[in-house]
Design a protein around this ligand. Structure first.
Ligand code: FAD
Ligand code: SF4
Ligand code: SF4
Length: 399
């Protein structure tokens, strides 16, 4: 419920900022109409704190009107001269996961696309499983902005009432999802590694207590149920050519004054040689067992011969063997290459959560009981300081 108290001085400041044209000035007092979504924007601009929003206490309510699994579509710069944006791969991973959830619930899978100019994105989204695409095209959506994007998402959710909504645990998703959750007064489970349906609810699994246990989280008292999922944790499906999505065009009244953060300068990295372990097909990773920074450098050579990139455990990073950008795991990057080679890595749970989605894992460790062997497809018990040079030699000969 939204109320305007007698403190209102009729200054009119709240009227232009309301994205839903929900405020009229009647007898010099702000009065809200039924278009109000309780987004809270007007509360922030009122100079005399005359506006209050009261939200219902969480309780077991009837949520039968909430239907649909929604996926937030994240766009990213292509980095080329066209300045055209492309859909970030994590969106396709979420669509694959969302498809399974929607099928089990018997609901639609919907993609939510906010852009200044649509470049037939709905084709890719449909091919990756979306039944519907809610699309808002507006010049103010030319780049991500917390205030603008969260306002639009809150409006869409309020209008269409999805049962769940998934975001990538990217810089953008981690910024947007909490803002939306707080505006809607719903929960949010961050960094989920597993999503399933249990008794009609979204079962959100994520590591807890430093990764030592997996917590299963349910949100029975609010809708939508919201989660962020790290890139590379879920596998994207193959696109089905010709599969199409229904496009639902939505409008939003957006004003530049909503934008409280201004981007002063943008620098896009064009360096093709930059480390991007999250996109690599082959990762040659090393741990504390590599012993020294010099010995660790052998992995650079091995990775080069295999056409891969180098990864590292946190222990190896802490010892200064490799930069933090190469760290794989819970507090590093989550990867899912076709081939993951682990040399002298014990297989702590915090490392495993960051690489277990790899297609083939090969581990070399002198300890036959090292936990890394539990997730490895091929395990070699032996001394890495003998095995790595031999591998390099063999690959050089083969070339
Ligand atoms: P160790 O556990 O010391 O293992 C070294 C291995 O090398 C041993 O298994 C040993 O048998 C083997 N070895 C030694 N010599 C040889 C040899 N000559 N030949 C063959 N094998 C040999 N860790 C991460 O990796 N990524 C993370 O993102 C991460 N995040 C964390 C977040 C939190 C909140 C916490 C608490 C911890 C985190 N950690 C993370 C740390 C994690 O718990 C482990 O400490 C770390 O992964 C261990 O790295 P390691 O396997 O290289 O070293
Ligand atoms: Fe408009 Fe949001 Fe204020 Fe409602 S809460 S009147 S929708 S700005
Ligand atoms: Fe009244 Fe506050 Fe709106 Fe000004 S901003 S008209 S004081 S409710």
């Amino acid at each position: 419920m939204i109320e305007v108290s007698n403190k209102c001085i009729g200054c009119n400041k709240c009227v232009p900022v309301c994205p839903f044209a929900a405020i009229n000035m009647i007898d010099k007092k702000a009065t809200m109409n039924e278009a109000c979504t309780l987004c809270g924007v007007c509360v922030q601009v009122c100079p005399v704190n005359a506006i209050t929003i009261t939200r219902e206490e969480a309780s077991a309510r009837d949520f039968s009107g909430f239907k649909g699994v929604w996926v937030y579509v994240e766009l990213t710069e292509t980095g080329d001269k066209s300045h055209q944006k492309r859909i970030k791969p994590v969106t396709f991973e979420l669509l694959a996961a969302g498809r399974r959830l929607a099928d089990e619930l018997g609901e639609d899978l919907c993609a939510v696309l906010l852009c200044d100019k649509n470049h037939n994105y709905e084709k890719e989204l449909g091919a990756h499983g979306a039944d519907k695409v809610y699309m808002v095209e507006h010049e103010e959506l030319f780049e991500y902005n917390t205030d603008i994007f969260s306002t639009v998402i809150v409006a869409l959710v309020t209008r269409h009432k999805p049962s769940s909504m998934l975001y990538g645990a990217t810089i953008q998703g981690r910024d947007l999802a909490p803002r939306v959750a707080s505006a809607l007064y719903v929960g949010l489970t961050a960094d989920c590694t597993g999503l399933a349906i249990k008794d009609g609810l979204l079962l959100q699994s994520r590591p807890a207590f430093g990764g030592n246990i997996m917590a299963d989280i349910l949100a029975p008292n609010s809708r939508p149920q919201m989660s962020t999922v790290r890139p590379n944790v879920m596998k994207a499906g193959e696109p089905v050519l010709g599969r199409t999505a229904v496009v639902v065009r939505e409008t939003a009244k957006l004003d530049r004054s909503l934008r409280r953060v201004k981007v002063l300068e943008r620098k896009i990295e064009h360096d093709a040689g930059a480390v991007k372990i999250e996109n690599a097909n082959i990762i040659v990773s090393g741990g504390r067992g590599m012993k020294t920074k010099d010995k660790f450098k052998q992995l650079d050579e091995l990775a080069k011969l295999l056409g891969g990139v180098v990864g590292a455990s946190r222990a190896a990073v802490d010892l200064g063997f490799k930069e933090k950008t190469h760290q794989v795991g819970q507090s590093g990057t989550t990867v899912s290459p076709k081939l993951y080679l682990a040399f002298g890595i014990s297989g702590a749970v915090q490392h495993i959560v960051g690489m277990k989605a790899s297609d083939v894992i090969v581990a070399v460790n002198k300890d036959p009981n090292a936990p890394i062997f539990n997730v490895a497809k091929y395990g070699i018990v032996g001394d890495i300081h003998e095995i790595v040079p031999k591998l390099i030699e063999a690959l050089k000969k083969a070339k």
